[in-house]
Unconditional design. Structure first.
Length: 585
């Protein structure tokens, strides 16, 4: 991406999006994402079928089966009508095909409310595998055994063979099996099944020292308050433990993570043999991390594998990824060199190697290829505005780009490690689904939705970058009003967020904008967005520039955008409105 300077801007006006010459106008239903006909098309429930080259998806109320290696049309496996016929014996009728999970080439499971069913597509038979109370929350299904862990109120339960087992029976202030630490550090749940389903690790938090905070419900004629636990800066945090329940022996142990309550327990990971659990223990200042190993049977602390320190913060957000061929080694995400990269360690804490490096971020691990010698990842190596799929040889660290077109790509690797879904969009194309071999050969295109807005009148979109006071590049997106006339003067709708983990300007459909912004362009506004320091995918220094000075550098960078707009001859500098939600508000 090159810098777009003011003298070049008018030439770009002529070139950008010249194909958009239609006349339909958006309304607020469109802008609220309620008109699905103008949304980029998706393939519903696209999934790999066990360890095969086959894949399935849902279309027209049926489950269809396709192959990654041939161009034959997908065949119908089972229809909604057939599934409802099978479900009659359970006195159940479903309105649409639910999301499915494959157990084998001919068997899949699906959840209907509080029941788990299994379907054999060869014999066209169905079986109720498990059920649980309708009041259950935080449901985690273990795929090997069909056991189901869940919470009711603040306690943890397991359903097995349609019988319910209560694992905890604690007071109201003790919460089991739910997220902790305000769902930071990549924590999305509180229940962690072991690889073979023989154990459950779960968070337990004691909120008795945390103050109450009222949430006011104004929907009733007389407002009511619901009290929640909400820790404030400088006040007591919840006390968090990690427990392990042995399904066979019906025994619970607590990992011996120490008595210090001012710490965070993150990146919870089971060893492949279910014997150990790894936890990244982070201090409350969030600048000192220890990766610890514990005995899952006794809870004993075994070893600190390594430590990470920072003058600003350390942010563990990923569990360990164990190597396919070497279960005594794992991959660890770290920003220690200034960018988010991958490091290999042994389970005894010996450093093996750094397998990615450079001024770019690894954003996701997809898995390993069939040989286990290559790891497939997503990352921003081409540009901080793009996300691509790569294969990296674990020993040589040689990297190969698999995705082809520019843009924002997301991959899903097959369980066999042989094939890969690539779903992407870019500034010219709303969405494409393709299949590649894990070696990088494209085998099939499943869908190409070039432009669902082809009938609408769109403002031209310009992407560029500006320099801030530190000579740092700041990427922006500018949408011109439809029927733009450079001799006229236009008001500006300036939208921002500017906080951690949120990047608004990307090489994706509409350059990361939305239909509401195009509606504003149709109504005569210039629409502008800029990603300031503190936003992701620009390196650790760019992101932690906001450390202990929230708002200062963000506002300074956004003022670079304001001054840029004020100097454009077609901008009415007296009519500029700035709006944002959450952090941006």
């Amino acid at each position: 991406m090159r810098t777009i300077k003011l003298p070049l801007l008018f030439a770009i006006f002529i070139l950008a999006f010249t194909g958009y010459a239609q006349e339909k106008i958006f309304d607020f239903k469109d802008a609220s994402n309620l008109n699905h006909s103008i949304m980029p098309k998706r393939i519903a429930n696209l999934a790999w079928v066990d360890k095969s080259e086959l894949y399935s998806f849902i279309e027209n109320n049926a489950v269809l089966l396709g192959s990654a290696v041939n161009e034959n049309a997908a065949k119908t496996l089972v229809t909604l009508t057939e599934m409802n016929t099978l479900l009659k014996k359970y006195e159940i009728k479903i309105e649409r095909i639910p999301s499915i999970q494959w157990k084998a080439v001919s068997e899949f499971t699906f959840q209907n409310k509080s029941q788990l069913f299994g379907v054999n597509v060869e014999t066209k038979s169905i079986l109720l595998l498990n059920n649980w109370p309708e009041s259950a929350e935080n449901i985690e299904i273990e795929p090997n055994t069909n056991r189901v862990a869940y919470t009711i109120a603040n306690n943890l339960f397991v359903a097995e063979n349609k019988e319910q087992l209560q694992l905890t029976n604690d007071l109201e202030s003790i919460v089991n099996g739910q997220t902790v630490h305000r769902s930071e550090f990549g924590i999305t749940g509180g229940i962690f099944w072991s690889p073979k389903g023989n154990f459950i690790a779960y968070y337990q938090k004691d909120e008795s020292l945390v103050g109450d905070y009222p949430l006011v419900d104004i929907m009733n004629p007389e407002a009511t308050a619901k009290m929640i636990k909400y820790p404030m800066a400088g006040t007591a945090n919840e006390k968090v433990k990690l427990a392990v329940y042995d399904i066979q022996n019906k025994k619970t142990v607590y990992l011996k993570t120490g008595e210090n309550i001012d710490q965070y327990l993150t990146s919870v990971s089971w060893s492949p043999d279910e014997k150990q659990i790894y936890i990244a223990v982070l201090n409350r200042d969030q600048n000192y991390l220890k990766l610890n190993k514990y005995d899952a049977q006794t809870g004993d602390f075994l070893l600190t594998l390594f430590e990470e320190k920072s003058d600003t913060w350390v942010e563990p957000e990923h569990p360990l990824t164990f190597l396919k061929n070497r279960p005594d080694q794992f991959v660890w995400f770290s920003e220690r060199d200034g960018w988010q990269h991958l490091y290999i360690y042994t389970t005894n804490g010996q450093f093996v190697q750094q397998i990615t490096q450079g001024e770019w971020n690894v954003t996701e691990i997809l898995g390993f290829d069939k040989t286990g010698e290559n790891i497939l990842i997503e990352g921003t190596k081409e540009s901080p505005l793009e996300n691509h799929i790569y294969s990296i040889h674990l020993k040589s660290a040689k990297i190969k780009k698999l995705s082809i077109e520019h843009g924002t790509h997301a991959g899903t690797l097959s369980p066999s490690g042989e094939y890969l879904f690539d779903s992407y969009s870019n500034t010219e194309t709303a969405r494409v689904y393709e299949i590649f071999s894990s070696a990088g050969k494209k085998t099939k295109e499943l869908l190409r939705d070039a432009n669902p807005l082809k009938d609408y009148k769109l403002g031209k979109i310009i992407m560029g970058k500006l320099k801030n006071e530190d000579n740092t590049d700041l990427y922006y997106r500018l949408i011109l009003p439809t029927d733009f006339d450079s001799t006229q003067s236009y008001p500006v709708f300036y939208y921002l967020y500017g906080g951690p983990h949120a990047q608004l300007v990307t090489d994706s459909w509409l350059s990361g904008a939305n239909v509401f912004m195009e509606l504003m362009a149709q109504r005569g506004y210039i629409v502008f967005t800029l990603d300031n320091r503190g936003t992701p995918n620009r390196g650790f220094a760019f992101e932690n520039a906001i450390h202990r000075k929230l708002g200062r550098n963000e506002v300074a960078d956004q003022m670079v955008g304001v001054r840029f707009l004020q100097n454009l001859p077609f901008v009415d500098a007296e009519r500029m409105g700035i709006q944002g939600w959450s952090y941006g508000g």
